[in-house]
Structures are given as structure tokens and as C-alpha cells.
Design a protein around this ligand. Structure first.
Ligand code: GDP
Ligand code: CA
Length: 318
């Protein structure tokens, strides 16, 4: 079975770990979000690609959900001693090596997709990880700061401000001109099923779908497309997804997110058991829906979610 997954960071990575257990023989291609990418200290940092790579490769800091295990921050301390920031973005010593290798390869002329493949040689994530695009896409968030309307980088909004001010708009800058990376459209066309993990519907899955051609390829593939709600009981499980949902006019709820994707794209949707009350509403929107436990408390729970998603896909296909 060939499975394509559109993934952000933590939610995507933890789901993928479960999917590998649930479908050990499947050929899994992950299309990763690069809208979160940022240049820091002259280095290219790809937080979502790295979270997937480290999580599946066994190098992730489990509690945090991002960054490396057994991490230290000596380089960052030294940079701070020079007065060189930003201080609000956590980059550990071990993590720095990844960004140095990536930046060096990009400077040598390799596209991000080739660089990602090279980094995965070390991590052996057990999936094919492809960035959504080799072109630069950067998510910016329009906010009002000190009475002035400004567009700031998504990471500044998310990490520095912790989404503490209202997001007035979320714009994937560069997405319109971006081309899907080599292999992305081919993987979708060859897929037996496409899954949307419980990733952020706006700044992760939404950004991937904003690259021209990707949404169309999924809709035209004619295979089941099944998603899992990142919203459980009206609130994101982790993080502040509600803040960016508000910016695109979507209420923070499991049904609203399904309707936001729409029946033109989505065939099936899993909501958590606490949201069983919205199953009818999603069904009425033309999307097959079921309520199952959706908390990835451990790998077994994530694997069970993946089994449910694949089962729903089979029902859609039948
Ligand atoms: P990010 O790039 O690290 O923000 O990660 P993603 O975009 O992949 O995922 C973030 C989303 O995952 C958040 O909106 C969370 O609500 C959701 N999420 C995280 N853990 C869980 C979980 O255990 N269950 C569900 N249903 N959603 C989760
Ligand atoms: Ca992210």
C-alpha cells in the first residue's frame, strides 16, 4: 500500500510514528511543510522537516516534541555573549549541526529536497520525506503591535509572542510562485490513500495545500483522503492552532476544521470521542465521519489512530 501524508511538525511526526507501526509494510511518503522555515544566524532551519526526521529517526526530545535528545545550548550562549540573537528561538548544539549541513549543501547548489534526502541518510526515518517545495515559502502573520499593523514571520508570532496577540491574517509568502518539489505530485498520483494527520490545518496542512498543484493533485487522484482532527473538545491538543484558525474565519472545533477542508478534498474525518456529537454535522457536509480516541499519549495510541484512519479509508473506497 502506498500512503501519502501531509505533515507539519509534532502532530504529524507523532502520527507518522504510529502509522509505521500500523502499516509496517506500507510505502509511506511524507510531504513536509516548509512554511515554518527560517534563516537564523545565517543558517537555514526547517523545523517541521526536522521534527519529522528526528521523531522517526529516534533523535527527538520526547517531552518537548522538537529538538534533539540530550541537548546543550553552549553555542547559543556564546552567540548571546556577543549580543547576537534572536534569543527566543531554541537552537541546541546538536541541532545546529543539522542546520550547518543543510545550509552548506544549499550553498553548494543542492535543492532542499536533495538536502533532506541526504540528512535522512543518517536518520533513516523509514518514510520518504519530501519538502512540499524546493522554492522558498515563508508563512507571515499580520498582527497589530503597538498600534501598528505589521506582518511578522510565523516563528516570531508563534515562538516569541506565543500567539498572544490576534492573528489578523496568515499568508504563505511565496506559495503562489512555488512549485511542488520533485516527487510530490508523482507520489500523490501513485497513492492508494492520502492522510492528513492531526497537524495544524492552517499553517501546516493549509500551507502545503497552498502550493499550486498539490490540492488539485489530491482531489484528482481519485483515492480516499482521510484526516484526523487536531482539535479535541473545541481546543487544540497542543499549541495554539485556534489562533490561526480564527485568522481564516474558522471556529476552533473538529467539525469546523473538516468543513474548512471541505468534501471536495476530504472523504473521511476522524474526531475524538468527546466530539461524537459533531459526527452528524460532518456527515451532512458530505464527509464520512467517526469518533474514536484521538490522543497520541504513546506510540500504541497513535498506531490505533492510524489503523482507524486506514479503516475509514477502506470504507470510503468500498
Ligand atoms: P507543529 O508544526 O509542531 O505545530 O505540528 P503540527 O502542525 O503537525 O501539529 C500541531 C497540531 O497537532 C496542534 O494543532 C495540535 O492540536 C495537534 N496535536 C498534537 N498532539 C495531538 C494529539 O495527541 N491528538 C490530536 N488529535 N491532535 C494533536
Ligand atoms: Ca510547524
Amino acid at each position: 500500500m502506498r500512503i501519502v501524508v501531509l505533515a507539519g511538525g509534532i502532530g504529524g511526526a507523532r502520527f507518522l510514528r504510529g502509522l509505521k507501526v500500523a502499516a509496517p509494510d506500507a510505502d509511506i511518503t511524507v510531504i513536509g511543510n516548509t512554511g515554518d522555515d527560517i534563516h537564523l544566524f545565517g543558517l537555514k532551519v526547517c523545523p517541521d522537516l526536522d521534527t519529522v526526521m528526528y521523531t522517526l529517526g529516534g533523535g527527538i526530545n520526547e517531552e518537548q516534541g522538537w529538538g534533539r535528545t540530550d541537548e546543550s545550548f553552549r553555542v547559543k550562549e556564546e552567540l548571546a555573549a556577543y549580543g547576537v540573537g534572536p534569543e527566543w528561538f531554541g537552537l541546541g548544539d546538536r541541532d545546529f549541526a543539522t542546520h550547518i549541513v543543510r545550509t552548506q549543501m544549499l550553498a553548494a547548489g543542492y535543492p532542499l529536497s536533495a538536502v533532506t534526502e541526504a540528512l535522512c541518510e543518517r536518520w533513516q526515518p523509514g518514510v520518504r520525506l519530501i519538502p512540499m517545495s524546493d522554492d522558498r515559502v515563508e508563512t507571515h502573520v499580520a498582527v497589530e503591535l503597538d498600534g501598528e499593523r505589521r506582518a511578522i514571520h510565523f516563528q516570531e508570532y508563534w515562538v516569541r509572542l506565543r500567539a498572544s496577540v490576534a492573528a489578523e491574517a496568515v499568508v504563505p509568502v511565496g506559495a503562489e510562485q512555488a512549485k511542488p518539489a520533485p516527487g510530490v505530485l508523482e507520489a500523490i498520483a501513485a497513492a492508494d490513500v492520502v492522510l492528513f494527520p492531526p497537524s495544524n490545518p492552517v499553517v501546516s496542512v493549509g500551507t502545503i495545500l497552498a502550493v499550486p498543484g498539490i490540492r488539485e493533485a489530491i482531489a484528482e487522484a481519485g483515492v480516499p483522503v482521510v484526516g484526523l482532527s487536531p482539535i479535541v473538545g473545541d481546543a487544540p491538543v497542543r499549541g495554539m492552532a485556534d489562533k490561526v484558525l480564527a485568522a481564516v474565519g474558522v471556529e476552533s472545533g473538529a467539525a469546523a476544521v473538516a468543513e474548512h477542508y471541505g468534501s471536495g478534498l476530504l472523504d473521511g474525518w476522524l474526531v475524538d470521542t468527546v466530539d461524537a456529537g459533531v459526527v452528524d454535522r460532518v456527515t451532512e457536509a458530505g464527509i464520512r465521519c467517526r469518533a474514536v480516541p484521538l490522543l497520541m499519549t504513546d506510540e500504541d495510541a497513535a498506531a490505533q489512530m492510524a489503523r482507524e484512519a486506514l479503516r475509514l479509508a477502506e470504507e470510503v473506497r468500498a
